[in-house]
Design a protein around this ligand. Structure first.
Ligand SMILES: Cc1cc2nc3c(=O)[nH]c(=O)nc-3n(C[C@H](O)[C@H](O)[C@H](O)COP(=O)(O)OP(=O)(O)OC[C@H]3O[C@@H](n4cnc5c(N)ncnc54)[C@H](O)[C@@H]3O)c2cc1C
Length: 182
């Protein structure tokens, strides 16, 4: 029999929790511990506006195709949660709104045109008249992930699979090797 693998995930924001859940749910015979200074509701992830992809591609030097790939992968993941009965508990839902701007033909450049949930269309003149100062806009439905619900939902999944948690600040990575993780 293979020896049990021990994994330590540092951080309990959306990245750390997603990694921990993925590891504990996909690898057999694994012992996972999250070590983190802060937990929900006190992480940066808890204050994310949580609307998915409302801006053009923005991540520095990362190629637009890679960024779009990230958006699409995340979008498919959120869509799969939306179809389950747990969507409400997980904080995944769909909101509708307007994206207002003053650029000509900007709409075609927006990568999230492809990932908007359901309908997306140019705003009509009567809709634009409601927002003086804007010459253009899109009406859209967009996936929304409320992280204040999503993080506790991930933590519950993690703990249901036997995941452990240690509240501690890590000064140097070497400190992790000193934990007994019992
Ligand atoms: C105001 C605001 C609005 C935002 N809106 C959006 C949005 O609409 N859409 C979007 O996609 N993104 C948004 N973001 C960005 C998003 O919040 C972050 O990209 C995301 O939360 C990063 O997640 P994370 O898990 O990497 O970091 P965090 O949530 O910061 O988690 C880091 C974790 O690591 C722990 N940690 C760090 N250092 C140590 C250490 N030395 N020892 C122990 N533990 C440690 C912390 O305690 C914490 O648990 C927004 C950000 C802000 C500030």
């Amino acid at each position: 029999m293979m020896a049990q693998q021990r994994v330590c995930v540092i951080g309990a924001g959306v990245i750390g929790l997603s990694c921990a859940v993925n590891i504990i749910e996909t690898i057999s015979n694994v012992d996972v511990t999250i070590v983190s200074h802060l937990f929900s509701p006190n992480t940066t992830s808890d204050v994310a506006a949580a609307i998915f992809g409302l801006k053009p591609l923005v991540f520095g030097d990362t190629s637009p195709s890679l960024q779009k790939n990230w958006f699409l992968t995340t979008s498919h993941h959120m869509e799969s949660i939306l179809k389950t009965q747990e969507a409400s508990e997980a904080g995944v839902n769909v909101i509708s709104g307007y994206y207002l701007h003053n650029e000509k033909n900007n709409d075609k450049k927006l990568p999230w045109r492809d990932i908007a949930h359901g309908s997306i269309r140019s705003m009509t003149n009567s809709e634009l008249n409601l927002y003086p100062g804007y010459s253009n806009g899109l009406s859209f439905s967009m996936l929304m992930c409320e992280t204040r619900k999503y993080l506790p939902w991930l933590m519950k999944r993690y703990k249901d699979h036997g995941g452990k948690v240690i509240k501690q600040h890590i000064g140097k990575l070497i400190e992790v090797s000193l934990f007994s993780f019992k």
